[in-house]
Write a protein that binds this ligand. Structure first.
Ligand SMILES: [Zn+2]
Length: 407
């Protein structure tokens, strides 16, 4: 699993150096271009420590001097930026209808984005094989560019425990799949040579939001995934909220109304049964019968958008009702974890023009804090590759937490 969000507190001098290295890297990432003196002044680290850490980071090509200087009284200061070009990380997502691969360098620049149609079979082993082939191809592309792969993280639409196993992923038809272990075995001879992790799709989308989204850097942030399933990734005080076994965030199955429609999980009135994409399509377009992965509903989503734009009264009224249910669901999270920002993805983002105004009203009515505590409820702009981007971001986490890459 990802270690950065649970890194141990520093206990000896080596740990202190790791922690200080993380502070310097974070400062350069956020404030670049900046000088050694800026870093010392803004972080409280002494100049000798900063100088020694920066030399080491330059030597390992994590930071570089720009050649630019800042003119100030006294000596001009050499400006620093993140380098990280020799390093890359890969994120993947298994969806019920496609596989997504994203690779980024340490500075967050996208190196590749691939999407490949995919149909889950009865055998998770087949899926692991396809996933491994795709991962190997991405890694080969990165290695050709003279970069070192720091890690691979795969997002799954289901429960993922702390060992990277998947106890349940309904949309894939999976139960008790030891995905991380199987993927490592499929990639390695005997080891892949880089860490392989598995995480829940909504957690990774939240990480992508935290790093690359429109409210990047907000330490208390929630990303709600929209699609066939509905899930939440919760970042609290800058860390993913995972729960004891890694299973936190299953907002899709919070009950909104016990008299509501039956959910895919077998219970009645879950959030997903009201606002999941199949429920929205069925409600707004009564001729929709099919149940399937998100791509099966893309024509319906297009039709809903077209009818809403034309002002179709039935579709507009339906969207208002779905928006209210969405706002109700968001209010449950807001009352529980008090985020500053909630971002909605998938079909919620695609329909945000019509869903968010009633959702914000419902949220304001149901949140205990006046005006929902100033919470911002917005549409994500990261699109369909958010989870894979979050996976790549997660794989960079060890470096960002101050560990040096293996030589
Ligand atoms: Zn349910």
């Amino acid at each position: 699993m990802i270690s950065v969000h649970n890194e141990p507190q520093p206990t000896d001098l080596g740990d202190v150096r790791v922690a200080n290295r993380a502070v310097v890297l974070r400062h350069v990432r956020v404030h670049a271009p900046c000088s050694r003196a800026d870093i010392a002044a803004r972080t409280g680290l002494n100049k000798a420590t900063v100088s020694s850490l920066v030399s080491e980071l330059i030597e390992r090509r994590l930071v570089r001097e720009t050649g630019l200087t800042e003119n100030r009284i006294g000596r001009p200061a050499t400006m620093l930026v993140l380098d990280g070009e020799p390093y890359a990380a890969v994120g993947m997502e298994i969806r019920a209808d496609e596989l997504v691969v994203v690779a980024v360098d340490l500075a967050g620049n996208r190196l590749l984005t691939w999407r490949r149609a995919f149909t889950p079979t009865d055998s998770p082993t087949d899926t692991v094989r396809v996933l491994a082939t795709l991962a190997r191809r991405a890694v080969a592309r990165i290695v050709e560019q003279d970069r070192t792969v720091l890690g691979l993280t795969v997002g799954v639409p289901g429960l993922v425990d702390t060992t990277g196993a998947v106890p349940l992923a309904t949309s894939l038809g999976w139960r008790d799949v030891a995905l991380a272990a199987e993927l490592r075995a499929a990639l390695g001879d005997p080891e892949p040579g880089y860490p392989v992790s598995v995480d829940n799709e909504a957690n990774l989308a939240a990480l992508a939001e935290y790093r690359h989204g429109r409210h990047a850097g907000t330490p208390d942030l929630v990303h709600l995934t929209g699609g066939t399933g509905v899930g939440a990734g919760v970042i609290s005080a800058g860390r993913l909220l995972r729960g004891g076994r890694g299973l936190a965030g299953e907002i899709g199955h919070l009950p909104l109304d016990p008299g509501g429609p039956v959910c895919a999980c077998g219970r009645a009135g879950c959030v997903e049964a009201f606002v999941g994409l199949p429920a929205v399509a069925r409600r707004l377009l009564p001729d929709t019968a099919e149940e399937g992965p998100v791509t099966d509903y893309l024509p319906e989503l297009d039709r809903i958008q077209a009818l809403a734009r034309q002002g179709d009264p039935r579709v507009r009224a339906g969207l208002t009702e779905v928006g209210r249910r969405l706002g109700h669901a968001v209010s449950l999270v807001v009352n529980l974890v008090d985020p500053e920002v909630v971002l909605v993805g998938g079909h919620f983002a695609a329909l945000s023009t019509w869903l968010l105004p009633p959702a914000r009203q419902e949220l304001a009515a149901r949140a205990i804090a006046p005006d929902a505590g100033g919470l911002r409820l917005d549409a994500s702009v990261l699109g369909a590759t958010a989870t894979a981007l979050g996976g790549a971001t997660a794989a960079l986490a060890a470096i960002e937490s101050g560990r040096l890459p293996a030589r």
